[in-house]
Ligand binder design. Structure first.
Ligand code: BDP
Length: 687
């Protein structure tokens, strides 16, 4: 009987749920109720806020809302208050952020009184790894929003302007206020006068929504664009060139945010090419943008090809410079010490430098987490990082607190996310990848939010029934229990599931080749540098597996403060999730569960595969509540994810068997594919 009812509901819904291409993301148009909006003054931004309210008001029909720009000491930066129908802020933009918050609260049923909301970080910035030819480094949502090739590559169309404006509005709705619009592996050409002309156009389109434009710059630009013989940061001509370039940029774009720099990392030029230091390089650029209020985000993602454990190198290179950077330099640090892996402990550089501003860098684009095929909600990963205790200023010195200025003084605070947006009609490729863009913005605004809260908001705004249809609008509780709760459960489990089927128990960097999609623990071509190959990280041999980072090994544990140092040094105290990150252990090592390490590893992979199979079931049961277009899109990707999870399990475990010759536990599923076949045809991301 129940299944007949479900079938009938499904049929009804197919007829009523309009196909959605996902373009509107979490800002889908709902029929609005009438509302009176008054404003304390007239301005473009306040007019925009008014328009948002009038067009999207879901609250009480006939309500009055007052927009008030008035200084209040409790309100910081772009923050706001919402109280008794008034949205108050110190700035017009604050009112706009408050407007989006009020609309969100109404839609999600959250309280709309006594709200005081101040952003955790001043600069909440997306980093687009977009190349000037329109391609993207690890972008999975189509080509670049900003650049394209061809002889008209620098002319700007109205369609482009509209897309940039829409992009800025979406960002403003979650509080993002900056975009670096070119790849960290930067082309010097972006600083040439013709390209700056286009940057000016982009900035004009995003400005009304408070999104400031930044550029990633190539340290050798004075040579490549300026025609100088050197890019030595202490050379007077070079200094002059950067100062003149900054002036040119600020003349075109007075609110330009500043520069992002990847220097002396993975082949990029930098001050060390001239026997100078990160301080020399960063301060040169900081001085150039300082008169205009600009900042320099200097990346700590550095590691040389040497014998030192790659996980230690950022601290080794940067710690000696603490206190020497200008106050408008912020060191941008990836969440983990290696590289955006499915799971890493937090980077020990957080909290360690006390006289230097530090900002976290997260990766929104799923380079190492299934790209646009796998459903992985990254909020859980970032929450784990932001809430990790560094113990730098005593207990409670979380990564969030040591970067948002609440524990250590910082003139500027900032956070960056490597963007996952492109020209695809739904912006990010996978419909659920948009949840990661959303989550980044929400955590940048409030770094204490939980992933549960964020998922709740995102699902409600992205999928709740549009109120034009009787059969659906009357099914509120049903929608909550049969759709929101299971889908939220799936999202909240999804990151752990990916860790389980890719690299559980602290394993990391086990991808095939450089596309970072399928399994490749065996990948080690002779001419590829060791720290770009998985065996460097897993160190599997006949006896055991894992990277010894204790004092008997690389001693990376010494970069963490007590009590963490002791916890990570002691295999019995190390949290299981980081076990093989810090320890090399025998295959028969006894885990707390009583299982051997090998058995535990096998079961983790199996658990990951099982979890994804459950996601397929959850999504199948969600069918009556989602339009067909988005339903099928997610369903097809989940099929691939399930198959790929199985291949991860079969590939990695059979590869480790070549060292340990151990059987799978008897109640575990046997492989479906041979190792030989997987090695010959590793799964690739189909774009
Ligand atoms: C690595 C990416 C590479 C980036 C690099 C970075 O594979 O494409 O250029 O990070 O962050 O993970 O600079």
């Amino acid at each position: 009987m129940k299944s007949i009812l479900t079938f009938i509901t499904a049929l009804l819904c197919i007829g009523t749920l309009k196909a959605e291409n996902g373009y509107d993301l979490w800002l889908r148009k709902q029929p609005a109720n009438p509302v009176n909006v008054t404003a304390s003054k007239h301005s473009t931004v306040l007019d925009m806020a008014k328009k948002e309210l009038t067009e999207n008001w879901q609250g009480k029909a006939g309500a009055t809302i007052k927009l008030l720009v008035k200084t209040d000491k409790e309100i910081k930066d772009d923050g706001f208050k919402i109280n008794a129908g008034t949205i108050q802020a110190n700035t017009d933009l604050g009112v706009l952020y408050g407007t989006f918050e009020l609309l969100r609260r109404v839609q999600t049923g959250a309280p709309t009184d006594n709200v005081l909301s101040n952003p955790s970080y001043q600069r909440r910035v997306l980093n687009h790894w977009d190349n000037l030819n329109g391609s993207m480094e690890h972008g999975f949502g189509g080509n670049s929003l900003f650049w394209h090739r061809g002889k008209d590559s620098l002319t700007v169309t109205d369609a482009e302007r509209k897309r940039w404006r829409d992009y800025a509005r979406i960002n403003a709705s979650i509080g993002i206020n900056g975009s670096v619009i070119d790849n960290v592996n930067a082309s010097p050409m972006v600083l040439s006068t013709p390209y700056l002309g286009k940057v000016k156009e982009i900035a004009a389109a995003t400005r009304p929504y408070g999104v400031r434009i930044y550029l990633a710059v190539n340290f050798a630009s004075p040579i490549k664009v300026g025609g100088l013989k050197t890019a030595d940061p202490l050379d007077p001509e070079v200094i002059k060139w950067w100062h003149a370039k900054a002036k040119e940029i600020y003349t075109l774009i007075p609110d330009f945010g500043g520069f992002l720099v990847k220097a002396n990392s993975e082949g990029q030029p930098g001050p060390q090419d001239y026997k100078r230091t990160h301080v020399d390089g960063a301060n040169l650029l900081a001085d150039a943008v300082k008169p205009y209020g600009g900042i320099v985000m200097w990346r700590a993602f550095v590691y040389a090809s040497n014998d030192a454990d790659r996980a230690k190198q950022a601290v080794t290179e940067f710690m000696p410079f603490d206190g020497q950077f200008r106050d408008n330099v912020i060191i941008q640090v990836k969440n983990g010490p290696v590289d955006f892996q499915p799971r890493e402990p937090f980077s020990p550089l957080f909290g360690m430098m006390k006289k230097t501003s530090i900002m976290p860098e997260f990766q929104i684009t799923q380079e190492y987490l299934g790209q646009a095929i796998h459903l992985v909600f990254l909020s859980s990963m970032w929450e784990e990082c932001l809430k990790s205790d560094t113990y730098q200023e005593g207990k409670g010195s979380t990564v969030g607190k040591v970067t948002d200025g609440s524990l250590l003084p910082q003139k500027y605070t900032a956070i960056a996310g490597v963007a996952n947006t492109g020209l695809d009609s739904n912006w990010c490729g996978h419909p659920f990848a948009a949840a990661n863009w959303y989550a980044f913005g929400r955590l940048a605004w409030n770094n204490t939010l939980t992933s549960d809260e964020i998922a709740n908001e995102w699902i409600t705004q992205t999928f709740s029934p549009i109120n034009t249809d009787q059969s659906l609008s009357s099914s509120g509780t049903d929608w909550h229990n049969a759709f929101l709760l299971p889908v939220k459960k799936m999202m909240l489990q999804s990151r752990e599931a990916a860790v389980n089927y890719m690299m559980p128990l602290g394993l990391h960097h086990m991808f095939s080749a450089s596309e970072h999609y399928g399994p490749g623990p065996w990948y080690a071509p002779p001419r590829v540098r060791a720290d770009w190959t998985p065996p460097y990280y897993h160190k599997a041999d006949a006896k055991g597996i894992g990277f010894d980072r204790t004092s008997t090994g690389s001693d990376a544990v010494s970069q963490y403060k007590e009590p963490l140092r002791s916890v990570f040094s002691d295999v019995t105290k190390t949290p299981e999730i980081y076990l093989l990150w810090f320890h090399h252990l025998p295959w028969d090592y006894k885990m707390k569960s009583g299982r051997t390490l090998w058995e535990a590893l096998c079961y983790k992979y199996q658990e990951g595969v099982n979890q994804v199979r459950d996601f397929q079931k959850i999504w199948a049961s969600a069918k009556p509540y989602v339009d067909n277009q988005r339903f099928l899109d997610v369903q097809t990707r989940l099929m691939r994810q399930t198959r790929d999870a199985q291949i991860w399990k079969d590939g990695v475990l059979q590869y480790f068997q070549t060292f340990n010759n151990l059987p799978f536990p008897p109640d575990m599923e046997q492989p479906m594919t041979t190792l030989k076949y997987i090695q010959a045809t590793p799964p690739i991301n189909i774009k």
